[in-house]
Design a protein. Structure first.
Length: 372
């Protein structure tokens, strides 16, 4: 049985939900006493929040600013259209699946309208607002550094998108203006929770859709035959936080890429292709082939395309003969005979050298970053 996804974004109605009264009838509306605590608690857990309200935008937004709450809401939709269209627009702007979106409204007709058009969106009556912080779908097992600053990272992303829209040159030239710095590093004990969160939250750019919990990752980290790598990134707009993970099992003739996952927020920045090119270069230097696990889903088509673009095929090679069978149904294995590849031209890449940790038992040396 598939676990219910965590809520990534809660979308608030305003009148008689966030504040007491109807703004159109009474300019003296005030937030309910408990509102700030609920909003700040969810924000601290990394749950983004937005607004879908039938109101005059400027009037409603000025009240949220007056109450000191506007800063907590991303991509708000305040106007006179159907609530379902507002909710849909928020999900599309954030690039979130509908089953990770929640909507809260005091009006049962509005909730029914959203539920009718967006069946996967979870709808809650306003009277349950104070209970949301205690519900499991709003309570991640671990709150990471990246969770606590998720809103700020998304806001930086919107600024980045606006800068891209204003840029008139080729995409590669724009990427160079960002001063992108990507770091691939061996995960530490302190970073395991960030890695576990990425496997849970990432679906579009997750090669297998398998969630690795903290205990499983801890076991892989202690296994000298595995590499648990975390990818972080920053640019001139600020940090992106942890944006990717690589789980790699090293064997004598082949490196087995058990999982590659990257945040969908950085797809357009070329991180996925940079990672695959780096792995190909490292494997070519080590004289081994690469085999990657892929489980096709409705959501991860982009990951399959990335593998294909990097040269992975269904070619059956003797190098994979000794690999253990996949532990998850539906996993297929793609093969790559790697080649040396040049460093990316649109970003700087700092990474460990995996060659000194060749297949078989070894002691992981201190990571020695190199500019690739």
């Amino acid at each position: 049985m598939t676990a219910t996804p965590m809520v990534k974004c809660l979308i608030w109605d305003l009148d008689d939900t966030l504040w007491r009264g109807t703004l159109l009838e009474d300019d003296g509306v005030r937030p309910f006493e408990w509102v700030r605590e609920v909003i700040t608690t969810l924000d601290g857990r990394g749950v983004l929040q937005s607004v879908a309200s039938k109101n005059d935008h400027d009037h409603a937004w000025s009240r949220l600013e007056e109450f000191g709450l506007a800063e907590y809401f991303v991509v708000p939709h305040i106007g006179w259209g159907p609530k379902s269209e507002s909710v849909r627009a928020v999900a599309e702007r954030l690039n979130f699946a509908h089953n990770t979106i929640a909507f809260i409204d005091d009006n049962p007709v509005e909730r029914a309208e959203v539920a009718h058009h967006l069946a996967d969106v979870r709808c809650y009556p306003a009277e349950e607002a104070t209970e949301l912080v205690r519900r499991p779908e709003f309570s991640p097992a671990v709150v990471t550094v990246d969770s606590r600053r998720r809103r700020q990272m998304y806001r930086a992303g919107f600024e980045r998108d606006a800068s891209r829209a204003e840029f008139t040159g080729p995409d590669e030239d724009f990427l160079r203006t960002l001063d992108l710095e990507v770091t691939i590093g061996r995960a530490t004990e302190q970073e395991l929770s960030r890695v576990a969160e990425l496997t849970l939250r990432t679906s579009q750019m997750n090669a297998t859709g398998v969630h690795y919990d903290d205990a499983t990752l801890r076991g892989l980290l202690a296994d000298p035959g595995h590499e648990v790598l975390v990818v972080t990134m920053e640019d001139r707009f600020g940090p992106h936080g942890a944006v990717g993970i690589v789980l790699l099992a090293r064997h004598e003739r082949v490196w087995h890429l058990k999982l590659l996952a990257t945040s969908c927020r950085v797809v357009s920045l070329g991180v996925g292709s940079a990672l695959l090119n780096w792995l190909s270069d490292q494997a070519a230097r080590a004289g081994v082939h690469l085999v990657a696990d892929l489980r096709r889903t409705d959501r991860n088509r982009m990951m399959e395309i990335a593998y294909r673009f990097a040269g992975f095929t269904e070619h059956e090679c003797a190098c994979a003969a000794g690999l253990p069978a996949p532990g998850v149904d539906g996993v297929e294995r793609l093969h790559l005979e790697p080649a040396r590849l040049p460093a990316p031209s649109t970003l700087s890449l700092t990474s460990p050298d995996l060659i000194s940790a060749a297949a078989g038992p070894y002691t992981i040396p201190p990571a020695a970053p190199r500019a690739a």
